[in-house]
Write a protein that binds this ligand. Sequence first.
Ligand SMILES: NC(=O)c1ccc[n+]([C@@H]2O[C@H](COP(=O)([O-])OP(=O)(O)OC[C@H]3O[C@@H](n4cnc5c(N)ncnc54)[C@H](OP(=O)(O)O)[C@@H]3O)[C@@H](O)[C@H]2O)c1
Length: 440
Amino acid sequence: MTRPLKVGIAGLGTVGASVIRILERRNETVTQRGGRSVEVMAVSARDKAKDRGIDLSPFTWFDDPVDLARSADVDCVVELVGGADGAAFEVVQTALSHGRHVVTANKALLAKHGLALAKLAESKGVSISFEASVAGGIPIIKTLREALPGNEVSRLYGILNGTCNYILSRMELEGLTFQECLKDAQRLGYAEADPTFDVEGFDTAHKLAILTSLAFGTEIDAEAIYVEGISSITPLDLAMAKELGFRIKLLGVAERTDTGIEQRVHPTMVPRTSSIAQVMGVTNAVTIDADAVRELTLIGPGAGGDATASAVVADIADLAAGVAQPLFGKPVDQLEKAPRAPMQRHEGGYYIRLTVHDRPGVAAGVATRMAEEDISLESILQKRSEIAATQDPHGRSGAPVSLVLITYAATEASIRSAVEKISRDGLIAEPPQVIRIERD
Ligand SMILES: NC(=O)c1ccc[n+]([C@@H]2O[C@H](COP(=O)([O-])OP(=O)(O)OC[C@H]3O[C@@H](n4cnc5c(N)ncnc54)[C@H](OP(=O)(O)O)[C@@H]3O)[C@@H](O)[C@H]2O)c1
């Protein structure tokens, strides 16, 4: 039998410790599949004394993960430290420079340095595998890179952040506020103490950047992504969405348009009957629209030690079997430098909720501004708050009411312009809420 694939693991936290456990449990299967066993030779983390629930005595310990990365004893370095720069970047760069394959779960690192690292890997004749970096246990990288050569992908969208999906699901099902659900998510360990990165959409953007490059064969371009988070979503928006036949999800969307590749992350109204709308709680999902398969949706656990380690082990098993792919599916010099489609030119349906003063002429004023921007309305709904309805049954007080507009396809620029004019006209009592609609 061929000699074992020798692995070094940098980072023994939630994912790293699970990788060691799964490799112990599944090594026989991995060996049968690849014709070669996998042997963990070396490990590294910050604190050697920490109890990780695993026996580390068979492995060589490195205090510095960069030393592990250059060790002649390993063929493959598994980077599970995390972070776009610092130790993780140094580990990966050193490993590649020394001709070692790299397996990583680090989306932040790839979103920022993916192209440079892909070039380095190519020049050294080694590979970088990163199945675990997007949507945890869902094999979305393998699907995009290996399963769809007969397809031209036109659009890809997904729920790529479990924290946001958990918060939106609970807000909808229990009528709670964003802050109430965020606190619960933090208590349950689904959200960090500083949740900005998740709830403001940046984590989703990193993952989307990776998927876009694979789906469209383009250079990774995380800076081109339009990003909006979920902190402004209210229970009223979720209730209105339900009434209108939608659900609100934080989606990462990548689409090939006439003006280039559109990449956007924002709260999105999706039809309640769509596959993606059924995905609740911390679960992730990705839908791919392509010419041959038409629509393909993958649903599964987006995080968690074992689910993420499952993807890391799949990458290691592929390496053992001699399966290696260019990082973004093609050699770097064949990746397209696609023009960025500006968000202002995005075209689609919109949900616009205006808190207007309930007096004659307001609805007409809103309709005029919409018409000036060539925006056609599919429906208009007026909602008075329950308190206002009880205290003022005939609506004579002029107290603010919610006016909800659903538009037919319009451009982002025209929607922004109309909403700005309506604000300037003094027709609204609160900042407007605008949520894009994504049809299936
Ligand atoms: N957790 C998930 O569900 C999940 C899902 C998808 C992707 N990922 C990605 O997987 C990677 C690892 O995540 P994780 O949740 O396992 O992180 P984690 O639990 O925080 O573990 C990080 C590990 O890296 C070690 N470490 C940190 N800085 C170090 C340094 N300077 N030198 C040496 N070791 C260092 C830590 O050592 P000590 O243990 O000694 O402190 C720890 O073992 C990240 O890129 C993350 O984005 C995680």
